[in-house]
Design a protein around this ligand. Sequence first.
Ligand code: FAD
Length: 422
Amino acid sequence: MAERIHIIGAGLAGLSAAVDLTRQGKTVCLYESTAQPGGRCRSYYDDTLGRTIDNGNHLMLSGNRALMEYLDRIGARDRLSEPDAACFDFYDPVAVERWSLNLGSGLLPLSLLKAKNRPPGSRLGDLASALKTRTASLDQSVEACLGQGGDARLYKRLWHPLATAVLNTDPHEAQAALLWPVLKQAFGRGGLSCHPLIAKDGLSNALIAPAIKYLQLHSVGVLFNHRLKSVESVDGSICTLNFSSGSIPVTPDDRVIFAVPPLVVEDLIDLKTVPNEFRPIINGHFSLPRKIDKLTIIGLINSISHWIFVHDAQRDVASITISAADAYMDLPSEDLAAQIWPEILAALDIESCPIGPYRIIREKRATIAQTPQQSALRPPCRVAGLRNLFLAGDWTDTGLPATIEGAIFSGKLAAESVLTRR
Ligand SMILES: Cc1cc2nc3c(=O)[nH]c(=O)nc-3n(C[C@H](O)[C@H](O)[C@H](O)COP(=O)(O)OP(=O)(O)OC[C@H]3O[C@@H](n4cnc5c(N)ncnc54)[C@H](O)[C@@H]3O)c2cc1C
């Protein structure tokens, strides 16, 4: 029998590895514990709102190279909407102030030379303080790196919300060095790399379903409701995969990729270091009393919500994100919604009106805590002591934050590692 690559977990990391290996002509089998692919990046039909919603707003950037390559491979680039400009609007209800960060559309962020394209009162030199993340020591927090000795207002208006969104960890403890790859890959290359990208008709339709279709067209076995419960090994190689539904032998030529969350890996094998702290994200989807003209993304300062998106096709649902949301996880949904609703109305300039149908979604382990301590626990793709096993997932040591880009890149790294292994 031809050598097979068994990939466990059909989140973005597993899908990315499966697509790359299939493209290289390898025989791939993909196993997923649930009945649906996508993991933490998925859509579902919600009865209350009467439409398909995402488990969370997922913002991507046109400069995310692994994402773009993945979309091209599965033929889904057109399933993301891209606003015309690399422009991020902000609103502060306390100062009653609106402003935009506009990076223009060139290869260099030259538009920032104009004051109107920067947060009010900031100077160009203040923005250049982002370069400090490049040389930040591994134990330095975002707050220590960017929040001290610089422009305090710019920190509050730009670096704090940006770091919270990218790292899903409060900047007082988030690792500054992890911000640098994002600032370099996207913001450092100007507007062209910085266009915000949003799934047009939901995450599953844009990032997941086309990958499953690609795999099935190439005769890849995609098996749902297959939870890996344990593995057996002999002579330093995995030889059996024990699923909830039965066992599958792994021949000496086969390889295995674990693209599952860190605590699942920890249960399956004896791994020395695994991140074990997580941060939650809360998303809320709120029916609006009227349609909003265009795709809208607004960053909020001095508010419970961090971002408001109006991105669904009908433009009549506002979706909010609260990152690093520990403080709100135990608040009843009714209370949280009642506090968020006025923020939505003010940011979208809608007259006061009663709250309509809404849905609050809490993802307790949205990402690992991206602190210096937890980053140090992120393992590489290769596993010492098990030569046919490879790891993928946004939590592995990719050098990138735990994001869509990180997850897809980790799958690509695992595929490359499988292909080059002797
Ligand atoms: C609410 C929310 C908002 C987010 N916002 C953004 C954003 O704006 N931008 C961004 O870039 N990123 C965002 N992220 C992060 C992004 O979703 C993740 O980085 C990415 O989806 C992780 O993919 P993954 O494949 O590494 O892991 P997962 O998606 O967790 O995939 C792991 C898969 O393994 C399966 N599995 C688990 N155990 C087993 C088992 N024993 N056997 C078989 N299968 C198993 C799971 O069911 C799952 O399908 C957000 C995440 C959340 C939750």
